[in-house]
Design a binder for this molecule. Sequence first.
Ligand SMILES: [Zn+2]
Ligand SMILES: [Zn+2]
Length: 118
Amino acid sequence: MSGGGPKLRFCPESNDLLYPKEDKERKVLVYFCRSCPYQEDADPSDWCVYRNEVHHTSREKSVVLQDVRSDPTLPRTRDVRCPQCANNEAVFFTASTEEGMTLFLNCCNCGHRWRDYV
Ligand SMILES: [Zn+2]
Ligand SMILES: [Zn+2]
């Protein structure tokens, strides 16, 4: 076997295709089988592929680095309390992160930004 691109891996127990996922406790990439409990560590070269894909699909950084206080298209709420300055008005928006869709709040007074896990 040679050539570029991600290699497909198959479960030695059930012959099913293995899927990559991040082991959040150990912070490594593993391949797991959807049909049985089999799981193996990925080798480090696969990590690069995985990280590039994550970087590609995550637009969180560009969204989160912007100051959205002056964006008129974003909804506002007066039903919050800024953890930094206790102001109760904030702009809110959702962004796709590694944890899924996350609600962000951006204080209209001090610009502090925080996440709201609902
Ligand atoms: Zn299996
Ligand atoms: Zn604030």
